[in-house]
Ligand binder design. Structure first.
Ligand SMILES: Nc1ncnc2c1ncn2[C@@H]1O[C@H](COP(=O)(O)OP(=O)(O)OP(=O)(O)O)[C@@H](O)[C@H]1O
Ligand SMILES: [Mg+2]
Length: 309
């Protein structure tokens, strides 16, 4: 089983406005709401790939109920932990006429350490050896920086393989617990190591350093440039085919989803790597945080290139 963990989820509200302007009244041409948050995006992509996962999420208020029912309708199991207050709504104003994209992100409901430790204890009881736990996204207010390290250790002790996709202190503290896999982009990796990574060799060196420190799998995504994957078995440069880019939001989450799915299905490494780039490319072809379409993934899969470094 794959568990995705989203401690700071959001309803993604996309408001379409032509010629959006400040200091005036704007009229929306259409509005849509989606269940969002990085772990939830991972669950949605796993579903598209034909896999299944349980979305563990801290939810509250009407926005929290919306997320639960939206996921259930998609056939994704939800393990909700209730927070006082309401799950946030992140608003994206999309102006297709002047091609501007404006995000307004709310801070989200604060959690207590008691809520986090109860949720972790319940998850640890559910997790079986060999399961995958994906820890992903920013930490909510009230969660200590070491939250992912604590969750990673506890889940690993229960026999799970932990995937971590975070930024800043949450990532820096989280890697101390030596997750099974991390997926920073090159900027997040540089920030974590406190140095700028300009060339491919700098990125490769940084990823190798982390593998030597005990993180078995390091996937560094580089947007349109593809990715570098390093494990104890070697290092590879991955490139996806060129595609029409509609929205790059959630591309990294889709790579994490593909790796989690391929790992749980015990796919060979080259297939897992190929799938991750095909899914990344298929995701940027979709608007907003809509997951990749399976037919796009299947078409792009053969066109991914893998070069041993
Ligand atoms: N412009 C692009 N063209 C083609 N593929 C892309 C593009 N941007 C991203 N991808 C695909 O998606 C993967 C992940 O993208 P990226 O490195 O931007 O993730 P990220 O920065 O973690 O994104 P996020 O956190 O917003 O989900 C890339 O390795 C690549 O396969
Ligand atoms: Mg990312």
């Amino acid at each position: 089983m794959i568990y995705t963990v989203t401690l700071n989820p959001a309803v993604d509200k996309t408001v379409y406005v032509d010629n959006f302007a400040i200091n005036t009244v704007n009229r929306a041409t259409s509005v849509r709401q989606d269940a969002g948050g990085k772990g939830i995006n991972v669950s949605k992509t796993i579903q598209q790939l034909g896999g299944s996962s349980t979305a563990v999420a801290v939810l509250g208020g009407p926005a929290g109920s919306f997320i639960s029912s939206a996921l259930n309708e998609m056939g994704i199991a939800v393990r909700a932990f209730s927070v006082a207050g309401s799950t946030r709504t992140n608003t994206k104003v999309v102006d297709l006429a002047s091609k501007t994209y404006t995000d307004i992100n709310e801070p989200g409901a604060a959690v207590t350490e008691e809520l986090l430790s109860d949720a972790l204890a319940i998850l640890a009881l559910e997790v079986n050896p060999g399961d995958i736990v994906v820890l992903s996204g920013s930490l909510p207010a009230g969660a200590p920086a070491g939250t992912y390290a604590t969750w990673a250790r506890t889940c690993r002790d229960a026999g799970a393989r932990v995937f971590l996709d975070a930024d800043g202190d949450a990532l820096t503290c989280g890697i101390a617990a030596k997750p099974y896999l991390i997926k920073p982009n090159e900027v997040e990796l540089g920030r974590m190591l406190g140095r700028e990574l300009r060339e491919i060799d700098d990125i490769l060196g940084a990823a190798r350093e982390l593998v030597e420190r005990g993180i078995e799998h390091v996937m560094v995504s580089m947007g349109g440039e593809g990715a570098i994957f390093v494990s104890t078995r070697g290092a590879w440069r991955l490139r996806q085919p060129e595609v029409e880019v509609v929205s790059t939001v959630g591309a990294g989450d889709s790579v994490v989803a593909a790796l989690a799915y391929a790992t749980s299905e015990m796919k060979p490494l080259d297939e897992a790597l190929r799938l991750s780039m095909a899914v990344g490319a298929a995701t940027v072809m979709r608007p907003g945080t809509e997951p990749a379409r399976r037919e796009d993934v299947e078409r792009l899969f053969e066109q991914v290139t893998i070069e041993a470094l």
